[in-house]
Design a protein around this ligand. Sequence first.
Ligand code: AMP
Ligand code: MG
Length: 392
Amino acid sequence: MISVEEALARLLAPLEALPPEQISTADGIGRVLAEDLAARRTQPPFAVSAMDGFAVRAADLPGTLEIAGESAAGRPHERRLEPGTTVAISTGAVVPDGSDAVVPVERVVKQDNKVEFPQGAEAGANVRPPGSDGAAGDVVVPRGEWLTPGRVAAAAAAGLAEVSCSRRPRVAVLATGSELVAPGEPLRPGEIYESNSLMLCAALAAGAEVASEPPAADDEATLRAALERGLAADVLVTSGGVSVGEHDLVRSVEGELGVEEIFWRVSIKPGKPVSFGVRGATLVFGLPGNPVSALVGCELFLNPALRALQGLADPLPRYEPGRLSLGLRRNGERDEFVRARSRVEGDSVVLEPIVGQESHMIVRSSAADALVHVPRGNGDLAAGSIVRWLRL
Ligand code: AMP
Ligand code: MG
């Protein structure tokens, strides 16, 4: 049995991003940049008015100026601003050559073809200089970072219609267990509804192309055929059949199919029997069948691996700090991952463990939005202790 840190190190150290592909900026949301995103043009490309008002030469103010024309957004005033004149201007319009300030419309008195400016203006007032939001060639977002909605907008503003992102991993999901039936089907004695593959598909869909197969029964021939199909993907994830029972056949059949096991059993609770191996470039995860164990294995190992395949610079689970609402007993051998509800109290997050922490309790665990790390060790964590947690 190895520690969670050791397991993550063995898993992530050799992983490289999948090859890059050019995609439309519009499709970039949730993808990781394979190259630095460099601006194609200066933003803004010209001096822009920040206000609706009048473009002036600051030196002419205070005073009364003649209106020489209009500069509207997308329709610039063609001529230079002559001394003693002003140009009506709107937000987003080009500030005409010769003018160096914009006076908001609220601060002027308009009379026919003239405008009175009772106060002075500073040169540069309400003018956004060209390049104030970045120059052509500047790195807008470095490689290895997510594209968020704001970054997609930044790429578009910088003139980029396409971005280079690592290919999304193809993931095959396979639930194993002779007792499993898809929801909606009638149940015979001893059968239960299959929930792990739905959970895994939902958890992984944002960062991967996920395909799932119907559950496979615990017999060697069925498993061999289903596993062989799944091994064609970049990542094969199974649930169930990796423990020590007579019918836990996943690891042995994978071994026959040429999967080299990198680790089996990690000192965590729940989720101890998790396995990880490789066949060629395919990563092979064996999550335990208990649904909460599968959920924990997905958060701790599978998601980080998928983030690394997508090229994310820091693929490790992103823990946040919080405070326990009640005391918890630590486990001497295993790191525990306790399901909890989070709430903000003052300037900190309080984590309230839910009732029902056994590894089959996926229904009760739906009340939780947090996975609290209780490090292995002796003694208790007192109420109010600072812990780290993952958002579910
Ligand atoms: P196993 O890891 O195969 O020993 O399964 C452990 C427990 O999880 C058993 O009670 C199984 O019935 C249950 N289980 C296994 N796979 C699933 C699944 N896909 N959905 C729901 N429960 C499952
Ligand atoms: Mg089983």
